[in-house]
Design a protein around this ligand. Sequence first.
Ligand code: GDP
Ligand code: IMO
Ligand code: MG
Length: 434
Amino acid sequence: MSTVVLVGAQWGDEGKGKLTDYLAEKADVIVRYQGGNNAGHTVVAGGREFKLHLVPSGILHPGKVCVIGNGVVIDPEVLRRELESLTADGRRLAALYISERAHVIMPYHRLCDELEEDCPDGLRRLGTTRRGIGPVYTDKYAREGFRVVDLLEEGAAAALKSMAWRKAEVLRRMHGVDGPEPEQVARDYLAYAEFLRPYVRDTSLLVHEAARAGKNILFEGAQGTLLDIDHGTYPYVTSSNPTAGGAAVGAGVGPRVIDTVVGVTKAYTTRVGEGPFPTELTDETGELLREAGREFGTTTGRPRRCGWLDAVILRYAARVNGLDYLAVTKLDVLRGLPALRICRAYRYRGREISDFPARLSVLAECEPVYEELPGWTEDVTGVRTYDGLPPAARGYLARLAKLTGVPVGLVSVGPGREQTIVLAKFFKKARRGF
Ligand code: GDP
Ligand code: IMO
Ligand code: MG
């Protein structure tokens, strides 16, 4: 058996979707373990681009099993549309199963997310994806949520109406707006229950049995380490645990099921939404990265903020995820820059710090301490071996590995499935299969 967790090592959008699709060929089961349709995972296969939000990025591999785990939050309408568009031209897909314990996004969650973001004083503005993610996780922990299996209960209609009525009351008092109409909520979600019913399983059992049978399991992270509710740049984070520990909780298996943890990082850094970003480039180099890397959000279309690679962040990601390997994506985007920079430490009030701080006021004052490395002019999008990369590109990757203490296992040189370089040592740790 080999089980791999692919986790975002930065602020999301590192290329997890592309690498999940690539590794899915060697996997038997592909599991999303947290987040919801705040995620936007791009897969380019057969010359077509697919933007996936809820469905695991292994879905384009018929014969495989895809799982939406208990840690994921599901907007049933989004899932319905996503499956519809994937099957529109008769494409064969992987089998899909949904955890009976996954929580469901309700219309009042989306509305609350919008209202908080648009609050006139701007105090609550985090730059969320407005998909209802914060409010649905809030309700989960407040024990006011609906799990998929709750929608299938006999008393579901009454429970839905009563909760929608309560939420409408809160919305009226707090925001002076009308919430979704309770009768309508109950009708819509009973219909969604019927749509979901054939996919619903005890997916913890499914993943457990696959592990026991020696199958290869790939856990597909969404978001990234710095968006983690515990380990990220709080409060500019999402409301769940994208980090590797979240894979065990969000899939319903023990932590020892996991063999290998891979941290996906771009060859530079990006972030969408608000919050501090020490290596951000607001000059023409930042603009160049945005254009060359097509750095516009998959989910919201927002331009992504761009900056140099930050080894302080990656060392932190290595620690809180227990990274075995780095997977470096978008190496091709750096082509043509005369010199490249990697931040090796921060300078805070005249003193060097090498560990990522918890206090945002400290982070906001941190100046990056850079190392400069030579760039390259060669197009690397057609390169398929590590040795085929220009010496400066290899030097850049080697320095990154040294600064983070984590070996590079995978390198991506373009959005396509085939534009992936697997280093021999990656196979060694990720044993059979991967
Ligand atoms: P995810 O959220 O981590 O799955 O990443 P996104 O799909 O949101 O953003 C990554 C973007 O980069 C997508 O448009 C991918 O098609 C693209 N991409 C992934 N890997 C590479 C790469 O190595 N080179 C280039 N040029 N683009 C890539
Ligand atoms: P993938 O899986 C990048 C960011 C939002 C916002 C913060 C909170 O594609 O890497 P939320 O809607 O989750 O309450 O928003 O988190 N965010 C992401 N940024 N990639 C993502 O997912 C993200 N999911 C959420 O921009 O700053
Ligand atoms: Mg994305």
